[in-house]
Design a protein around this ligand. Sequence first.
Ligand SMILES: [Zn+2]
Length: 72
Amino acid sequence: MHARSGMNCVDCGKPVEPVAAALTTKIVSPQATEFRCLDCLAKVFSTSRERLLDAARAYRDRGCLRFQGIKF
Ligand SMILES: [Zn+2]
């Protein structure tokens, strides 16, 4: 499933960043139906948004298509 645009975080209601949506389908589930913004995703995984962005960059560098063509 491709992440849709215009989603809001299920926890705080802020818009979900494209990279947060891509991380969700990568590390939570390709069929994820609940999306969180970077900050709330970091809380769920007990990490920081910087570490999530590092992970996203690593996936992008390995050629994961989810992370091509989005800015983060
Ligand atoms: Zn949030």
